[in-house]
Design a protein around this ligand. Structure first.
Ligand code: ZN
Length: 220
């Protein structure tokens, strides 16, 4: 248990009760490519892998030279791949410099979940990316949601990120933040500080179920 901690500002931080953490210092987790953080942390970006395993996710990120500070596995355990305060990694487009990211291991589309045991689906929502004609979304596990609901507010507090939902107002008619892909010269708008889904501000499809879950289970 002593080793099982997050790394924040070069310090070891115990996780909330019941959450299992491994890290890149003691547990042979990869330390993903990163740069020193120069801007204040403002955003917590929620991702889903569209893949089946944490091992596969780590391999892909290493190969591409990308990174994410945290990975949440199917069993609800978390791995820490950098200093959450100080290491900037490539995961969230225009928010890289001001964010940390968490990859939740979730195949997302039924086709990508073939062969996996115990996956549940719901009918597609406005934010669902549908492969072919199968209009369903594969849910993350209950263990992942349980961890997420405890972990995100805990880390927001430790890192000075407001536990707020600046993209809460997005919907079927307005699916992305204003100016997310505006010219000139590739300028990209950023959401206000808080917790956001990757899909909300970039040409991606992931994270919205996680955000909806947090919003639904958080008293505002
Ligand atoms: Zn993503």
């Amino acid at each position: 248990m002593e080793k099982s901690r997050f790394i924040i500002n070069a310090d070891f931080i115990n996780p909330p009760e019941g959450i299992k953490v491994t890290n890149f210092v003691f547990d042979d987790e990869p330390y993903f490519k990163c740069k020193p953080r120069k801007k204040p942390l403002q955003h917590f970006v929620l991702h889903e892998t569209a893949g089946r395993s944490a091992a596969g996710c780590k391999k892909t990120l290493l190969k591409k030279g990308y990174g994410v500070q945290l990975i949440l596995d199917r069993d609800g355990s978390v791995s820490c791949h950098g200093d959450l305060a100080n290491d900037v990694m490539v995961h969230g487009n225009q928010l890289n410099a001001t964010s940390i990211g968490i990859e939740v291991i979730n195949p997302y589309a039924p086709k990508l979940a073939k062969g996996m045991s115990q996956t549940e689906t719901i009918p597609a929502e406005w934010w669902t990316w549908c492969m072919e004609k199968d209009r369903r979304y594969v849910l993350p596990t209950q263990a992942q949601l349980k961890t997420l609901l405890i972990l995100v507010p805990f880390l927001c507090d430790k890192l000075g990120i407001p536990y707020e939902f600046p993209t809460a107002n997005l919907n079927a008619k307005k699916q992305k933040i204003t100016g997310w892909n505006s010219p000139p010269k590739g300028w990209r708008a950023k959401p206000k500080p808080g917790v956001v889904a990757h899909r909300d501000f970039a040409a991606h499809a992931d994270g919205r179920y996680l955000l909806e879950y947090l919003m639904e289970h958080t008293r505002q």
